[in-house]
Design a protein around this ligand. Structure first.
Ligand SMILES: [Zn+2]
Length: 93
């Protein structure tokens, strides 16, 4: 969803893993709409978290251990729900 009008071209936010095994967030060295929250001591800005499974921006991510290596991934609530084992139907809705 990049604007086609050349006058409106902005520097897009990059996506950065905030620390080893940490969550991904939109990140920019300049303040832009996608990354407008001051972050850290070096004057950078961050925005939405990015799900490490569906790669969509989301308001919050959840750290979960996945796979045989129990690698840590940060997932949005939808992917977190999808990654959970299916519940056995207990008869209640
Ligand atoms: Zn997701």
């Amino acid at each position: 969803m990049f604007p086609r009008n050349p006058d409106k071209i902005r520097i897009p936010a990059e996506v950065r893993v905030m620390w080893p095994d940490g969550p991904s967030r939109r990140y920019s060295e300049t303040r832009i709409p996608e990354a407008s929250l001051p972050y850290g001591e070096n004057g950078c800005y961050v925005g939405n978290y990015i799900c490490q499974h569906c790669t969509l921006p989301c308001q919050g991510v959840y750290g979960v251990k996945v796979g045989a290596q129990m690698a840590k991934k940060w997932l949005c609530s939808a992917c977190l729900d999808a990654s959970k084992p299916r519940k056995v139907d207990s008869g209640s809705v």
